[in-house]
Design a protein around this ligand. Sequence first.
Ligand SMILES: Cc1ncc(COP(=O)(O)O)c(C=O)c1O
Length: 468
Amino acid sequence: MSTLFSTRCAGPSRPVDLAGRPLRSAPWPAPDPAAQHRQRRPTYAGAVRSLGPADVAAAADRISTWVTPTPLQRSARLSELTGATVLLKREDLQPVRSYKLRGAVNLIAGLDEAARRRGVVCASAGNHAQGVALACAELQVPATIFLPSTTPRQKRDRVADLGGKQVTIVVGGETYDDAAAAALDLATDTGAVMVPAFDDQRIVAGQGTVAREIVEQLGRLPDLLLVPVGGGGLLAGCVAAIGGSDADDRLVGLEPAGAASMTAALRHGAPVRLDKIDSFADGTAVRRVGEVTFPIVRDSGCRVSTVAEGAICVEMLALYQTEGIIAEPSGAMASAALSDPDQLAQLPIRQGQTVVAVVSGGNNDVSRYGEVVERALIHEGRKHSFLVEFPQEPGALRRFLDDVLGPDDDIALFEYVKRNNREFGPALVGLELGSRDDLEPLLRRMAASPITVQPVPPDSPLFGLFLS
Ligand SMILES: Cc1ncc(COP(=O)(O)O)c(C=O)c1O
């Protein structure tokens, strides 16, 4: 097979029902601009009627041979912060290091012999590809997996290792959209079964087994279940597992602030495409939520909130340093809602309740930790950048260090921007503070100093040019 493929953009793969038959689109009514974001009275219209606890129970049965339950682990840190008993659902401990195996196995294990012989096809740059690869290796089903050429070598190797002989990897095209278009072309030409990352009821039911397993392990519903949201597969699955009447009070979906596609869809009354997204939380940085997943989430009335990327970074480091958990950005998003004071204040948590946060994935590349630390420090108000106009005379730098910096302020970056002016040499200076409270006195000392200092905020063009 050629490694070059068409760059035509595909629309979202067509939604199907549990038997694999195409669903009619537009299962939801026209948007009502006056409608409240969070409906207190669920209507359970459309797709949610055909997906409920029985479907998730059937999925749990179907996948039980291949997917082992993951632990619920108490976090002393988050329990202390919240006053609740906080349990982490460790989906990062799956053999593919994310829950994505569940939906993939449910879909593929449910195929009949003829469909299995034709094989399956998917497009993904990450966890979905790994889930499909392992599912196909376990179930002995041939798969063609399209990866955009930007997929890091480590991830390509991981997909190849997990899939073994069953998997053909096709690398090409610039973006996920290119890969998805090529996958769809192959499925159309060969009759291979498309395995979407989220927008399919069989995938949704499989992901819902996470919530079903939590209820089995606890012996009851948690008071609050926090779930990350990308295309909405996991959240919709949890709605189905819990049953509609409990989802509005007990389920909270969290999505990255820089890619809040479910929030946008709920506001518009239908999935909409976001033009610009921050791809930092790569697993959940989705431009448009699913046509199958959206009405399930909307009709459940569950709360959907956003988490700042900086707060995700703070939580990734806390999970690493306190619990010893390697979480990828999307995997740390649900528990970030508990460790971030602004987020926590919005959650309806009472003393002594039981709260579960899903740690959905642990595929984090070690090379990303530099950026994670940087974003975490900025979010905590401990890292600040300045343009400092040093007079070109002996002792200028010494005066800056003595008169302006405080005892716990460290220079994390020092770079002359240019030195061609005879009198002044501007330099970019990054300062790491001991605490966010050290900023005010630092700014006062800067104002009192004869040296001209200009803050460079993280959203300024200068920061984008030199520091991000
Ligand atoms: C680690 C991780 N968490 C969460 C998600 C969000 O998934 P969904 O599309 O089911 O909302 C993904 C999606 O790939 C993921 O990889």
